[in-house]
Write a protein that binds this ligand. Structure first.
Ligand code: AMP
Ligand code: MG
Length: 410
C-alpha cells in the first residue's frame, strides 16, 4: 500500500507512520504474573517448552493395545492387563497378548498399535480383531504436539486465552510480561455533551472518547478518561499538563485543524515537541504527533470517522510498538469491487467496504455508501477498508482493489 505520489504540502501516509514509529520507545518495565492473570499481556520472555506434549506415547481411543509385529495368523489375542489414564500398565505384553487401554492412557512399553473397541469381539479374555491394522494406529506420540525445548512463544507475543491453556499444559505457572500502558483520552469541543446530558441548540453527543477507550481496552491498555474539555486555552492546557504526568501517551481528538476554536496547536506549542501534519490520507488529513514532557502525544482529527481511522492506522501501530508487542498483522486481499468508487488523485483513501461472497462463489467488495468523515455508520456497516493508493483516481465497478480486513480491535 505504499505510494510515491504525494500531493504538494501533504505528508505521504507511509512517511507519517515511519516518522512516528522512529520516535517510539517501547516500555521496559516487566513483572511476573500467574498465568491466570496474564491473558492479553505481552510476554517479556520467550517460552521454551520444558517437556514433550504429550509427554508419553498414549492411546487416542478406548480399545486394545498390542505389538503389531507379534500379531500371528490368529485374529484373537489374550487380554493380560489394562492401562488407564493416570494408572499405566506395568507388566509385559508378549506376542499373542493385548492390553485393555483407555483414551490418554500411557502405551505399554511393548505395544505400538491400538484398535478401537468397536472393531473387536470380546469373549472373556479372548479379544478378536475384525479389521486389518496399521502400525502405530490410534497412538499419539510423545512430543507430536510440542517438543521439549521447542520455542512455543516469542518475546513480544500477546497472550490469548488459548495461549494460557498451552502454558498450563506445559506446567508453566508464572510468566514475565511487560507492564500495561496508561493512555489519557481527551475530547475537545464546546458542542460536545456526554450521553445522559441534555443537548442545547447546536450540541452533539461526544463519541470519539468512547470509541477510543473501547479500542484501547481491547489493546489491553489502561484508559484515563479526561472526558470533554471546552474550547478554552487554559482548560486545554491544564488537561494536557495533568494527562502528561499520569499517562504514557495522551490522545486528544478535535481542535487540530485551523478553525477559530482550534486551540490545541497553540497550547501544545508551549508544552512539548509536537508536529502538526497534513497527512495525504482520507479520512484524516490533520494529525498531530510528538512528545510532551513525559509522554507521547497523538492529536486526532475531531470528525468521528477520521478520528477512528487515524487511530487505527497510525496511533495503534505506534502504541503496539510502545507495548513491546510484535507488530500487528493485518490481512489484505485483492478483490473485485462491484461498486463505483469516487476518488481524486492526491490522498490515500481508506474507504469503508463490505466484503461478501457472491452466488458464483467469488469474493467481492462494495462500498458501504456515503463516505463522509462524520458518518460513523459507514464504519458500523463495513467489515473492511478499501485502501486506494494516493495516485489512484476513481474506481470503476468491476476493477480489482486492495482491502484490509477489520481486525479484532474494531
Ligand atoms: P474539530 O476538529 O474540533 O473542528 O471537529 C471536527 C468535527 O468533529 C466537528 O463537527 C465536531 O463537532 C466533531 N467532533 C469533534 N470532536 C468530537 C467528538 N469527541 N465526538 C463526536 N464528534 C466530534
Ligand atoms: Mg472542535
Amino acid at each position: 500500500m505504499s505510494d510515491s505520489c504525494s500531493a504538494p504540502g501533504l505528508l505521504p501516509f507511509d512517511s507519517a507512520l515511519a516518522t512516528m514509529l522512529a520516535q517510539i520507545s517501547p516500555v521496559t518495565d516487566t513483572k511476573t504474573l500467574p498465568i491466570t492473570q496474564a491473558c492479553n499481556y505481552v510476554l517479556a520472555q520467550a517460552i521454551d517448552s520444558p517437556l514433550n506434549v504429550p509427554n508419553h506415547d498414549n492411546s487416542a481411543m478406548d480399545g486394545y493395545a498390542f505389538a503389531l509385529a507379534s500379531f500371528s495368523e490368529s485374529k484373537t489375542l489374550i487380554l493380560v492387563g489394562r492401562s488407564m489414564a493416570g494408572a499405566p500398565y506395568q507388566g509385559k505384553c508378549q506376542a499373542g497378548e493385548c492390553i485393555r487401554i483407555m483414551t490418554g492412557a500411557k502405551m505399554p512399553d511393548d505395544c505400538d498399535t491400538v484398535e478401537m473397541q468397536e472393531n473387536t469381539d470380546v469373549n472373556g479374555e479372548n479379544i478378536t480383531f475384525v479389521n486389518d491394522k496399521l502400525l502405530g494406529a490410534n497412538v499419539r506420540n510423545a512430543g507430536e504436539d510440542i517438543k521439549q525445548g521447542q520455542q512455543v512463544f516469542s518475546e513480544g507475543h500477546r497472550l490469548t486465552a488459548v495461549d494460557i491453556g498451552i502454558l498450563a499444559s506445559l506446567g508453566v505457572n508464572d510468566v514475565e510480561v511487560y507492564r500495561q500502558l496508561k493512555v489519557a483520552v481527551i475530547a475537545t469541543g464546546d458542542e460536545l455533551k456526554l450521553p445522559g446530558q441534555a443537548l442545547n441548540e447546536g450540541d452533539i453527543y461526544e463519541s470519539n472518547s468512547f470509541v477510543l477507550s473501547a479500542m484501547l481496552n481491547k489493546m489491553h491498555i489502561e484508559v484515563i478518561d479526561f472526558g470533554v474539555i471546552a474550547d478554552d486555552f487554559e482548560a486545554i492546557k491544564s488537561a494536557f499538563i495533568k494527562a502528561d504526568t499520569q499517562a504514557d501517551a495522551v490522545i486528544s481528538s478535535g481542535g487540530v485543524s485551523v478553525g477559530d476554536a482550534d486551540y490545541t496547536k497553540t497550547v501544545l506549542d508551549g508544552l512539548g515537541q509536537i508536529d502538526f501534519w497534513k497527512i495525504a490520507m482520507k479520512p484524516g488529513k490533520p494529525f498531530a504527533f510528538g512528545r510532551l514532557k513525559n509522554s507521547v502525544f497523538f492529536g486526532l482529527p475531531g470528525n468521528p470517522v477520521s478520528a477512528l481511522v487515524t487511530f487505527h492506522q497510525l496511533a495503534m501501530v505506534a502504541l503496539t510498538k510502545m507495548q513491546n508487542a510484535s507488530p500487528l498483522k493485518r490481512t489484505t486481499l485483492k478483490v473485485k469491487c462491484i461498486s463505483e468508487l469516487r476518488k481524486f488523485p492526491g490522498r490515500m483513501d481508506f474507504q469503508r467496504g463490505l466484503l461478501s461472497v457472491n452466488q458464483q462463489g467469488e469474493t467481492v467488495v462494495k462500498s458501504t455508501g456515503s463516505q463522509g468523515s462524520g458518518i460513523l455508520s459507514s464504519l458500523a456497516n463495513a467489515n473492511c477498508f478499501i485502501i486506494l493508493p494516493a495516485a489512484q483516481g476513481k474506481v470503476s465497478a468491476g476493477a480489482m482493489v486492495e482491502v484490509q480486513l477489520f481486525d479484532q480491535f474494531l
